[in-house]
Design a binder for this molecule. Structure first.
Ligand SMILES: Nc1ccn([C@@H]2O[C@H](COP(=O)(O)OP(=O)(O)OP(=O)(O)O)[C@@H](O)[C@H]2O)c(=O)n1
Ligand SMILES: C[C@](O)(CO)[C@H](O)COP(=O)(O)O
Length: 234
């Protein structure tokens, strides 16, 4: 059995508000995201993680998205929200879990499928989507007064990947990694970093350029444009 855990409990500080509820063409961002997992025959249940104050909204979403089995309150950090989502399905007999940012509404059915297939083909513990950087990437030093930086060095971009979600994992492995990370007070910006830390295998496959994370207000314009060409807007 395969579940999707959708962390959507952030406060959207860089956006200026809870962007998961921001409406694009009259539909909240989180609904575009949920549509993809609701429609996917590869997903058997969904755990939606929301800010504690918005659980009622989550309960209403259950009427529209029948695969939502749990709506749980998030934590302070993305990582703690995901952990709470994972814990909610501890007794569901889940084998694999897709973890996907609620604010990436442009994820495609084909990416979900490719991740799931790769997890089984490679027989690894996790598979994540990533894009090769197209630009040159620099390491910078201390910030200057105006927010600019001195450049320190250039990275070998052939060894770099810009990582997206969904990330798919063997459920028992990712749950164990989250438990260990909490115990060690180790915090990461994505879930696969926990597998790397504890020596589990992770493979990256090509992500999708349109699969953007809505982080700031500028991203809404991009999302509007991409959604007008996407199956998610149907
Ligand atoms: N405590 C948190 C923080 C983030 N997220 C979720 O993780 C995803 C990616 O996080 P991000 O883009 O950083 O969202 P915010 O935390 O809301 O934004 P910011 O960092 O600007 O406050 C989002 O779907 C967000 O809702 C979460 O579930 N719980
Ligand atoms: C998980 C993630 O989307 C992968 O790129 C990203 O790390 C989330 O980062 P954020 O700082 O929570 O926006």
């Amino acid at each position: 059995m395969r579940y999707a855990v959708i962390p959507a409990a952030g406060l959207g500080r860089r956006f200026g508000g809870k962007k998961q509820f921001f409406e694009i063409n009259g539909v909240p961002v989180i609904e575009y995201t949920l549509r993809v997992f609701e429609k996917s025959e590869l997903v058997h249940g969904i755990v939606l993680v929301l800010p504690a104050k918005d659980l009622e909204f989550g309960e209403k979403l259950k009427e529209k998205f029948k695969k939502i089995k749990y709506v749980v309150p998030g934590g302070e950090e993305r990582q703690s929200s995901v952990f709470k989502g994972l814990k909610a399905i501890e007794n569901e007999g889940v084998d694999e879990v897709l973890i996907h940012d609620g604010v990436r509404p442009l994820v495609s059915q084909s990416l979900v499928r490719e991740l799931v297939v790769a997890l089984s083909d490679y027989e690894v513990d996790g598979v994540i989507p990533g894009l090769k950087p197209r630009d040159t990437v620099k390491v910078v030093g201390a910030p200057l007064e105006r927010g600019d930086f001195f450049v320190e060095r250039t990275l070998d971009r052939d060894k770099l990947v810009l990582v997206q979600t969904p990330q798919v994992f063997m459920y028992e492995v990712i749950l164990k990694c989250h438990e260990r990370a909490v115990g060690e007070d180790f915090w990461a910006t994505d879930d696969s970093a926990l597998l790397e830390r504890y020596g589990y295998s992770v493979v990256t496959i090509p992500g999708e350029p349109f699969n953007i994370k809505i982080t700031t207000k500028e991203d809404v314009k991009l999302a509007e444009f991409f959604l007008s060409y996407s199956a998610n807007s149907l």
